[in-house]
Design a protein around this ligand. Structure first.
Ligand SMILES: [Zn+2]
Length: 333
């Protein structure tokens, strides 16, 4: 198969961390193949929606694989566009799942007007990124407003505001036809400026006005902010990355990095393989059902007398006998 398609073994469904020490930059390249194809095929969203979900997956997988603990990273949007809600869950160390909710009337309108950019489809609302290590004290959430700026710019804002790390992200989603069918692919690259000296960090691309509430960014003499040369170079190189370079199944991530940073020398670390998998199970669904009130549960029983639940992430259907659900409940509680 590899010979037929020219696909490179080990390239797909993996994140490649890298560093460019000369530029004080660290980063990640993600290439999603069979996993994103499975998710988007299963959901069968209209193409413009699939593209946005693919972008969100590429971003969440790049950020999630940076976690150094067993926990979860969640990217969630809630907004007034055609995609009213979207969730990508990344469970460390290597699995992800995604779901979106569509406002059909708004999608029809967006398609008629050809307003199909990520920013247009999300509209206005907010993007939340949550890092959850399993208890309330180790939960961290950063929120950025969505103002039709798309996910790349929203990610830049998130890192400026929440972590004060100058960041550039490029995301791409598309299809490649093999075996008579179009297969979804997604890719992304992220670079972050992490110099040792705080003065250089301040000079990078943090402008007055970007300061988080209660903080003040030390003003530079240049009202536009003086950019650090190394960061300007790294950021400009990443901004030149084209969609096809992130989607090409024959272009290794190492070669993409060489194209970008050959004059500076990029150091690559061990690739992290990822795959799509849901967290749902019969036990979890049963526990959820038992959390509802008896009235709510009765209302959910279908005409055939069964109680059915479909997982919105993976479309798996769970069917229960209502008696089985009630069984685990102690009377009087
Ligand atoms: Zn599921």
């Amino acid at each position: 198969m590899a010979a037929e398609t020219g696909a490179v073994a080990g390239l797909d469904d993996a994140v490649l961390p890298f560093a460019v020490p000369d530029l004080d930059v660290r980063g990640r390249v993600v290439r999603l193949g069979p996993s994103i194809d499975a998710i988007l095929e299963r959901h069968a969203y209209p193409v413009p929606v699939s593209r946005v979900v693919g972008e969100a997956c590429a971003l969440a997988v790049m950020l999630g694989t940076a976690l150094k603990f067993e926990g979860r990273f969640q990217l969630q949007t809630k907004s007034d566009g055609a995609i009213s809600m979207m969730v990508v869950d990344f469970t460390a160390p290597d699995t992800y799942r995604a779901v979106a909710q569509i406002d059909q009337a708004k999608l029809v309108e967006a398609m008629a007007l050809d307003k199909l950019s990520t920013g247009d489809l999300l509209g206005e609302g907010h993007l939340a990124m949550t890092i959850d290590q399993g208890s309330a004290t180790t939960r961290y959430q950063g929120i950025v407003p969505l103002t039709r700026q798309g996910l790349e710019e929203a990610a830049h804002q998130y890192f400026r505001q929440s972590e004060q790390i100058p960041t550039r992200v490029r995301l791409a989603v598309g299809t490649v036809t093999t075996g008579g069918r179009a297969h979804w692919r997604a890719g992304g690259i992220l670079v972050q400026f992490m110099p040792h000296s705080p003065e250089r960090l301040r000079a990078a691309d943090i402008h007055p006005g970007d300061a988080p509430e209660g903080h003040e960014i030390l003003a530079s003499n240049d009202p536009d902010g003086i950019e650090d040369d190394a960061w300007t170079e790294a950021r400009s190189l990443v901004e030149t990355v084209e969609d096809h370079e992130l989607l090409d199944p024959t272009l290794e991530s190492e070669r993409l990095l060489y194209r970008l940073f050959h004059e500076r020398g990029a150091r690559v670390f061990e690739a992290v393989p990822v795959h799509e998998a849901c967290r749902c199970s019969r036990e979890r669904v049963l526990a959820m059902l038992r959390g509802f009130s008896p009235e709510d549960r009765r209302a959910m029983v279908a005409d055939d007398g069964t109680l059915g639940v479909t997982c919105e992430f993976c479309s798996r259907r769970y069917t229960f006998d209502p008696a089985e659900v009630e069984e685990g409940l102690s009377p009087g509680l």
